[in-house]
Design a protein around this ligand. Structure first.
Ligand SMILES: Cc1cc2nc3c(=O)[nH]c(=O)nc-3n(C[C@H](O)[C@H](O)[C@H](O)COP(=O)(O)OP(=O)(O)OC[C@H]3O[C@@H](n4cnc5c(N)ncnc54)[C@H](O)[C@@H]3O)c2cc1C
Length: 457
């Protein structure tokens, strides 16, 4: 297809929509974007989801394609590893990667969205705010858009429409009405609530800034990510329902009950949150879950990307990273295919198995973060993992690193991660210390079971 021959319409100017608009407009396509909310650059960013996010290599790479990585990193805080806060107040920094070339970045969702909107507009995309996609007539190729301020409806024609309208996608609902996509939502049964650690009296950070802090407590946990304002956003992840002595949101009717739970389980975090009661009362409990679909497209007319196609739980910090990777892949397929139908088929074939893999790894990471990071057998496996990674850097790359610092397909990371896990469990079974492990046998297993990874361009 020749850019300029068609208009590509996007629903949603969130993280994925704004980046995709930038990439497509830069490639010469006419791009129209319809966003439900008002222009955040005029009225301020309207929150809703997490305040900050962890940006990793996949997302960074996508931003590089749009020439935006430096601008984004200029307003991000580097996180070298997890700072684990034990119940007794001890802390332990567990590095994520080999050195400072393997780190993740805490970025502010609102500022990132604003930067992407500016980039999309500068590239020539036409952004229309206060235009909520309400319905789609796929035969007539028109969208019905509603301005929620006064309820007025507006119709817009389209050639091909891409739904980047998030987990509650209206485009997904519109496609499903005429062609089932096999969609199902699996709630996690755990929710989240955000609290804030303000700067210290001297204006600095109250705790180590270059880390993602975790307070693992078995069935639940808190995390904290730094912000450039020298604050931290704390997120409590907790079961929706209390069970077997473990707390749940339903057993915390007010801030006094929550305060008591924090005093018991997060004693070193509580004094860092002076506005605890107000934060607790004012911030809603967010819902978490996974959206699975068997298909993401309606021939060449409509396609879903990002959370609209594959919302996931946030425990690998990959939802946005994966959505950004979608944007680059889709722009590539559109550039290469003869028509939208072939581009959408190729995109779905490439991305759907990878989305499934990261959705699964995100679920598994919740268990790891809240329950395993302080286990003795887990720590020994991690020690051996690091050793094997240095002995076989081209073959044995920890799964977290494959997902976070590399761009190999998520499905490959998932499969290799399974083999590596088996190998670590076998090598450490019945052992308490690294010097008890049969290293020669572990080396042989690596060479036999793991092919060298391809070098990334
Ligand atoms: C608590 C939490 C923490 C997270 N942490 C991380 C992290 O650390 N790292 C990471 O990579 N990911 C993280 N994520 C995931 C990340 O937020 C999402 O994957 C990402 O926002 C998906 O981008 P998107 O553009 O697909 O959807 P969204 O960002 O949800 O954007 C959707 C856009 O569509 C608009 N819209 C909605 N409906 C309509 C409609 N009918 N018509 C027009 N417009 C509409 C919305 O207003 C919005 O602007 C986290 C998520 C949560 C909930």
């Amino acid at each position: 297809m020749t850019p300029g021959s068609h208009t590509i319409t996007l629903a949603g100017a969130g993280l994925a929509g704004a980046l995709l608009a930038t990439l497509l407009a830069r490639a010469g396509w006419r791009v129209e974007v319809f966003e439900r909310r008002a222009d955040p650059r005029a009225v301020g960013y309207e929150g809703g989801r997490s305040i900050n996010l962890a940006l990793a290599e996949r997302g960074l790479h996508a931003l590089r394609q749009a020439g935006l990585h430096e601008a984004v990193l200029a307003q991000a805080v580097m996180m070298r590893g997890r700072m684990v806060h034990f119940l007794d107040g001890r802390t332990d920094l567990q590095r994520y990667g080999r050195d400072d070339s393997e780190v993740i970045w805490s970025v502010h969702r609102g500022r990132l969205n604003l930067l992407l909107l500016d980039a999309a507009e500068a590239a020539g995309a036409k952004l229309h705010f206060n235009r909520r996609l309400d319905r789609a007539d796929f035969d007539a190729r028109t969208l019905r858009l509603v301005d929620d301020r006064d309820g007025t409806a507006h119709d817009a024609p389209f050639d091909a429409v891409v739904g980047a309208d998030g987990a509650g996608s209206a485009l997904r609902a519109a496609i499903t009405a005429i062609e089932p996509l096999g969609d199902r939502f699996e709630p996690l049964g755990h929710g989240y609530k955000e609290l804030e650690i303000p700067p210290a009296a001297d204006g600095g950070f109250r705790i180590e800034p270059n880390a993602l802090h975790i307070w693992p407590r078995g069935r639940y946990m808190c995390i904290a990510l730094p912000n450039t304002e020298r604050t931290f956003t704390v997120t409590l992840f907790l079961p929706s329902h209390a069970e077997g002595g473990a707390p749940g949101f339903d057993a915390l009717p007010d801030s006094a009950a929550a305060h008591a739970m924090f005093a018991r389980d997060f004693a070193d975090a509580l004094p860092l949150i002076p506005d605890f009661d107000a934060d607790w009362a004012q911030h809603p409990v967010g819902v978490l879950g996974t959206t699975y679909l068997d298909r993401w497209r309606l021939d060449g007319r409509a396609l879903l990307i990002g959370d609209a196609a594959h919302a996931m739980v946030p425990f690998h910090g990959q939802g946005m990273n994966c959505a950004f990777e979608d944007c680059v892949a889709l722009a590539r397929h559109i550039a290469q295919a003869p028509d939208f139908a072939s581009a959408f088929v190729a995109f779905e074939a490439e991305r759907l198995p990878n989305a499934r893999a990261i959705q699964q790894m995100a679920l598994e990471n919740y268990l790891e973060m809240r329950d395993r990071v302080d286990d003795a057998d887990y720590l020994l496996q991690r020690e051996l993992e690091r050793l094997l990674a240095t002995r076989h850097p081209d073959r044995f790359v920890p799964r977290y690193s494959m997902v976070t610092f590399r761009r190999i397909p998520y499905a490959t990371a998932f499969e290799r991660g399974r083999i590596q896990r088996e190998l670590l469990v076998e090598a450490t079974r019945g052992r308490a210390r690294l010097d008890e492990v049969d290293l020669a046998a572990a080396d042989r297993a690596v060479l036999e079971r793991l092919e060298p990874l391809p070098v990334e361009a």
